[in-house]
Design a protein around this ligand. Structure first.
Ligand SMILES: [Zn+2]
Length: 89
């Protein structure tokens, strides 16, 4: 069993997390015509790199979305950080 670091809750059991997407994808510009192929690629096509990968994950108990950098070969988690910015008055 692997443990993943939630930036808000700390180390937790991997079963508490849900993979959301590869990081770095750009949403198609919906002010222009977007083909079915562009939507399919945006939603479902994954580079699935061997080695270091940056991914968007959700920690289900706290419902926070965050960026996790991990090695897909060794399964080592290299870092995790929140995607939201703290509210400053
Ligand atoms: Zn959490």
């Amino acid at each position: 069993m692997q443990r993943f670091p939630c930036p808000f809750c700390g180390l937790r059991d991997e079963r508490e997390f849900h993979f959301s997407a590869e990081a770095g994808k750009t949403r198609p510009d919906t002010t222009q015509d977007v083909s079915e192929t562009e939507w399919r690629d945006y939603l479902y096509a994954q580079a699935n790199p061997v080695g270091v990968s940056e991914e968007i994950w959700v920690h289900i108990p706290c419902r926070e979305v965050f960026l996790m950098k991990r090695n897909t070969v060794t399964m080592e988690v290299l870092s995790s950080r929140a995607l939201r910015k703290e509210h400053t008055p």
